[in-house]
Ligand binder design. Sequence first.
Ligand code: GLY
Length: 369
Amino acid sequence: MSTPAPDTVLHVGGASPYDVVVGHDLAGRLPAILGEGVQRVALLYAGQLGHLAEPIADALVEHYDVLALGLPDGEDAKSAAVANDCWEALGEKGFTRSDVVVTVGGGATTDLGGFVAACWLRGVRVVHVPTTLLGMVDAAVGGKTGVNTGAGKNLVGAFHEPAGVLCDLSTLRSLPREELVAGLGEVVKCGFIADPVILDLVEATDPDELTADSPVLRELVERAIRVKIDVVVEDLKETGGRDGHPGREALNYGHTLAHAIERAEDYRIRHGEAVAIGCVYVAELARATGRIDDALADRHAAVFGRVGLPTTYDGASFEDLHATMKVDKKSRGSQLRFVVLDELARPSILAGPSEADLRTAYAAIGGPA
Ligand code: GLY
């Protein structure tokens, strides 16, 4: 039997530093992360994932008074009503400023749990234990938290950095294949905006071998997390980067069209799938505007497609998607903004592209005329 690789500790610097640990069976690390003086821990977990929350609960009950709160699944967790239920439970438990929230679940659980922690007593510590690939490489790192409202996703929220993140790769064993593949959408995105080794690894690996226990998947996870860490350390609140780099906004590569497609599909398409289509779209936009050459543009569909993600879309008219993109919270005034590449791993902003270029790019990904 081979010896398991040691855990990897990725440090996030800045005003509230913390570590992201990648490895296996990490629950035993919780007391060290929580530190002295903690009496109560609220364990917020996705209701469907009780089996993944169990080892975490077992590690906590030895040391703390644990309040376990099962949440609705997926986006249903991200409502002001669910957050309020959690706050009521914290109040009944006498949860103090020195107590801690621990989340176990995917991105929705992380977002809701982080928001609950950000607001309770104006901020208590939170530790995330993401159980999906998307949660590990995106939602759990960087402190974005929030809930949805009738007007749209993530419109109410706060920046609240975690005190630690534990990415236990064993939890990915029970993740449905489509969810793992969807998570790869954000990983490949990181390859294009910052770390081309990610693309080389994907191109050199049989996609069927990208499973929970694959060393290549682990390397991809760690590289994508590093990309995210580098960006959020420079520009936590998405106010802008330096030397022409868009800062945290770069992480929105592909997301402008992706959000519009998610809405057109009534959120039945997975986020990572929409991101893959959105990245191919902005590559076409960069090709149409003369920013990138054919080889780089074509590489987008090739790499996203290789891992099993969609690279074309014909589910909505250009007019419908255009109207939604114009009200995306990332647009400024009525001007559309896209993160595009000037070259591989060199993202920049394309503000106010012409409608003709937007249409050309949409036609190139198969959109109806
Ligand atoms: N999910 C993009 C970000 O954290 O900024």
